[in-house]
Design a protein around this ligand. Structure first.
Ligand code: TYD
Length: 145
């Protein structure tokens, strides 16, 4: 299926494993196992002022898994038809976001750390940073699909 047709139904919350220990828990992830793609880049957002918003964009080619390593934030997802907000506040939960789904990371708690595992190196050309452009791309494709 053409990735441009992706909807909120193609996003998913993935329960990563948790190795529990009284001295602290541990989560391990592997390419193409818990992470449904091969990771080519890792970045993380930290020292974000409480209440701040980051990352309003969609991708043409990139898939990502978003994890809250500390604190909490909300991920606003938008496929051009529907919007949904998912709270991430557990280090063993990953939110999978495929291509052509708009996402914003909002409502950071003070001390929140957002880890992003990405399927591609940083390639500014494959970002869609203009929400109106995103909506018109999705609307045009929905008209012909
Ligand atoms: P940006 O994607 O604009 O962050 P956000 O959407 O969360 O506000 O990235 C901020 C800056 O960091 C921008 O100048 C691009 C740069 N950057 C890289 O150089 N490499 C990367 O992998 C990422 C994610 C960002």
């Amino acid at each position: 299926m053409d990735k441009i047709l992706n909807t909120l139904n193609d996003t998913k919350l993935i329960n990563l494993n948790k190795i529990e220990n009284s001295k602290g828990n541990l989560t391990v992830v592997h390419n193409n196992k818990e992470v449904p793609f091969s990771v080519k880049r890792v970045y993380y957002l930290y020292d974000v002022p409480g209440g701040e918003t980051r990352g309003g964009h969609a991708h043409r080619k990139l898939e990502q898994l978003i994890i809250s390593l500390s604190g909490s934030f909300d991920v606003l997802l938008d496929d051009g038809k529907e919007r949904r907000t998912i709270k991430l506040n557990r280090s063993y939960l990953g939110l999978y976001v495929p291509q052509y789904v708009w996402r914003e990371i909002v409502n950071f708690s003070t001390g929140g750390i957002c880890l992003v595992l990405a399927s591609l190196p940083y390639t500014p050309e494959e970002y869609i940073r203009d929400y109106n452009e995103f909506i018109s791309l999705k609307k045009n494709i929905n008209r012909v699909a």
